[in-house]
Unconditional design. Sequence first.
Lengths: 780, 156
Amino acid sequence: MSAEGIGARVLRKEDKRFITGKGKYTDDFTVPDMHFAAFVRSPHAHANIKSIDKSAAEAMSGVVGVLDGKELTGDGIGNIICGWMIHSKDGSPMNMGAWSALATEKVRYVGDAVAVVIASTQAQAKAAAEAVVVDYEVLPVVVSAVEALNDSAPQIHENAPGNLIYDWEIGEDVDKVEAAIAGAAHVTEMDITNNRLAPNAMETRAALANYDAAEEHFTLHTTSQNPHVARLVLSAFYQVAPEHKLRVIAPDVGGGFGSKIFVYPEEIVCLWASRKCGVPVKWTADRTEAFLADAHGRDHVTKAKIGFDANNKIVGFKIDTIANLGAYMSLFSSSVPTYLYATLLSGQYNIANVHCNVRSVYTNTAPVDAYRGAGRPEAAYVVERIMETAARELGVSPAELRRNNFITEFPHQTPVIFAYDVGDFNATLDAAMKAADYDGFSARRSEAESRGKKRGIGMSCYIEACGIAPSAAVGSLGAGVGLWESAEVRVNPVGTIEILTGSHSHGQGHETSFAQLASDRFGLPTGNIQVVHGDTDKVQFGMGTYGSRSGAVGMSAISKALDKVEAKAKKIAAHLMEADEGDIVIENGEVKVAGTDKTLGWHEICLAAYMAHNLPEGMEPGLKEGAFYDPANFTFPAGAYICEVEVDPETGTTEIVQFVAADDFGRIINPMIVEGQVHGGVTQGIGQAMLENAVYDDSGQLLSASYMDYTMPRADDVPSYNLSTHETICPNNPLGMKGCGEAGAIGSPPAVINAITDAIGNNNLNMPATPSRVWAALNA
Amino acid sequence: MSTVKMTVNGKEVSADVEDRTLLSAYLRENLNLTGTHIGCDTSQCGACVIHVDGKAVKSCTMLAIQASGSEVTTIEGLANGGDLHPVQTAFKENHGLQCGFCTPGMIMSAVDMINRHGGANLDEKTIRQELEGNICRCTGYHNIVRSIEAAAKVMA
């Protein structure tokens, strides 16, 4: 242990560069002779490309190249792939349509890239992109996933008849679940829509590609959450360059929230164009491009019904979901509405009979993929809205109905794959209800009524799955990659340490919390420990940061590497101090023989390892160890959120008067950073519930493509939060961690909507609960 | 093309720029002051907030030539040598930043807010209303508000 070890609120090591303007994001890099890319994007949601006339653009000042999709495919650049195979319930593989980084024959959504202009300045590139003349034959459009399944809907990809990507199921036999619900004493049925969102990391995506012809080597600076995966995919599938000839650097990255996991057309095109035009190429999305072309999130339409027996125990739960995956299948898109969604539909509840059917479909909209929570928010929203609704219909307290059905014994095998390892759902619900003064609500409601306000309270008891994931398990479910993590701990001769990690920090504070692990282990100040990440030339390989995996998986890999360093250091110390290895203790930067006054400084052991004058027989010099960690199970963060609102019946305006979160994340390394993750996640969830909506009109135009049209949560839209944590230690990784990055966005939307519907007395309300929708529901 | 001359972070600078050059672009591209960030194209996000003649300005709403003759301070010029400004210190001590992208604009807005209201007069509601022009996607604003409250106390 140390003052800056596990559990300490260590201030962030990385902050100084950010608060002084010295952060280095992709767009901040310049290289000699740098040129700029501007993309020609389709203004139509669905059209055949009849011809492309580049002549006017090519003649413009500063232009060095105008490149199209036929040249791209002609150079052997491969189509963009989805890396998770899902099979339909009839056994057939998913229907993946071709996605070229620049469209060749057809465009399928507004913003689909058709050509790229490379020019000396950004202004020249943008001006020339405007001068590229594309002759389109406009085709009929469908933007709604439900309508895309109609017989009359336009066909988007030839190999996906009826626009159906897959028709998949999970859980107990559907007839058995139907029979259980048919025999129930009470059945609650709901139609539930999960609104489409735009991720909106504040730093837009960017790429700086630089081809060195002499070395036949590429360097790509890019906004990635997982630079090694990007390199692998760019190399193995898109044939941009072999891995050893491609260095990917993800420097400071301004937020990701899932949207920067995927390899997009623009990075591929910039790399290819850099070689083709013989100049370094930079592209930085403007915000409208980000709205149009970043992968969106959510967009589910669900029918659900749940049955209870006479004792209010759940007897069956049946869910039927249609998921909109947009115009093309993005990198992990297929897994989001299946294994990241339906596997959580048992919630915190002991349900013998669960069945879920999911149809994923193509539409003429931006691709949809993982966005903070990725499938689990959609699951929590279904489960927690229907539980609250059932409680209202049954006339019992929402807390008691939940408690009556909580899983209380672990491990618990659900009917939808997951085996929950540990948890205490009553403890987090107790903590939330106490913090929210739940018992005092009726008095507060009366007081609000006296002021003409309608007050409501709602809860959500979410569970999610993180720590993705056991590689063999996800492999058996169709994942195209293993989901382990790697780490290397390099101890320098003077005793300072570098930790190299395959995780990537884009706001999560890894440079601090990862350093705390080594501080904890050897009693060193975190100032003596440097965390290195985000560069494929420095870190050998890694799977990156998403799915709240950097703690449970990434830090476990570091812990394993620290084990090896500690073991070797103890061997050296035992040799030098002529003691038994088992008696060596390392603490506070000192290496001691227990029960004696023999002591050496940590730095003396490290120096001895590198001097190699006096090492144990046969030991290699040096002190550097690596580890790969493949998790034994998913982890299951869970908690209880309570939201209390006041609605102004005159205007339909909702104010969140308190928001309480009680979470179980397992062991916490840095509580300050964990709280920050919850603050941000809850705010994104409130954004989904009350403000945010990515809206296409019937012709496929994105109506919400700027901050004038898409409502981001701002400081005066949200309250200060009341947080607490309850730790049940995860038994499946060395640190006992579960993960905290997404919980806030998963647990909060149902709590907010449950509160607003409680306030207005009408359960028929969709997200986002804007003032006009709330007013209409109140006056329906 | 026009010639712009201004003082940026205490240093006289001058350049010939296209008339349409935004102040934000001039700072980033001509002066390599990349701490001023561009997060949108509709002057909504506030990542590019700087001080022009002591007032907070979204530098994407102003042409470089409009700032000619002005005193400009960017995030790089806020600290006094090695001594951080109290608002910078407060953001670090209160975990008021995560990815850091909105942070320069947040800090420059916060300094201006405290200067205008006086440190003793800033309550949470006012701070949240004053932050209307700055979007953060990471922090949920909770710790940004705490940071500004803390800095306001120090500066009162």
